[in-house]
Design a protein around this ligand. Structure first.
Ligand code: DGP
Ligand code: NA
Ligand code: NA
Length: 206
């Protein structure tokens, strides 16, 4: 059959919502169920750009806010040739954070418009499905507290959550709201069902 491509599935949400755990388990589950699937994460901290970002997040280096926004975007763009190749060859990609994190986090800083924040990521491969793991900032803080990275404060996360709500109003994108306060198994079950639906839908799309 012609044109079988993989699906681009993105997990988004504020810190502590369980994205990384679910992304990993979703790849395992999809594979168990006979799909070709692979995981990716952004920021991808292992590249040269990723190392700069990591050092910024760990508060080891001070990078100007616009500059770091563009580095995050560049860190996504540098993976695009590989992403396109994998999707084209029929592999479904499960991505832990994407451009929406870029907009939600940077636009939570003073004097950044959503419009400015969106521009550098314009043209990235469009996700077929965006799973928003929804957890209130209070519930997130109750999950053993935040780590020590730069954005991990309750005040900032409240702003980020509001930005995500605005982004989810874009009906040209396939956002699905997932209640991340459920058990790990229940969340996995829900997102596996949604993912298998979209894998089936995109199979014969260019
Ligand atoms: P993680 O490794 O998933 O914990 O993500 C690291 C942190 O970086 C997290 O607080 C979210 C934030 N982040 C992810 N992508 C972007 C981005 O494109 N721009 C900004 N400003 N922050 C981002
Ligand atoms: Na984090
Ligand atoms: Na994570």
């Amino acid at each position: 059959m012609a044109g079988r491509r993989g699906a681009l599935i993105v997990l988004e949400g504020a810190d502590r919502a369980g994205k990384s755990t679910q992304a990993r388990r979703l790849v395992e589950r999809l594979r168990q169920r006979g799909h070709r699937a692979d995981g990716m994460r952004f920021p991808e901290r292992t590249t040269e750009i990723g190392k700069l970002i990591s050092s910024y997040l760990e508060k080891k280096s001070n990078i100007e806010d616009h500059t770091v926004h563009l580095l995050f975007s560049a860190n996504r763009w540098e993976q695009v040739p590989m992403m396109k190749e994998m999707l084209r060859s029929g592999v479904t990609l499960v991505v832990d954070r994407y451009a929406f994190s870029g907009v939600a986090f940077t636009s939570s800083k003073e004097n950044f418009s959503m419009k400015w924040c969106k521009q550098p990521d314009e043209g990235l491969p469009k996700p077929d499905l965006i799973l928003f793991l929804n957890l209130s900032p209070e519930a997130a803080a109750a999950r053993g507290g935040f780590g020590n990275e730069i954005y991990e404060t309750s005040d900032f996360q409240v702003k980020v959550q509001k930005r995500y709500q605005e982004l989810m109003e874009d009906k040209s994108l396939n956002w699905k709201l997932v209640d991340a306060s459920q058990t790990v198994d229940d969340v996995l079950k829900e997102i596996t069902g949604m993912s298998e639906g979209i894998i089936e839908d995109v199979k014969d799309q260019p």
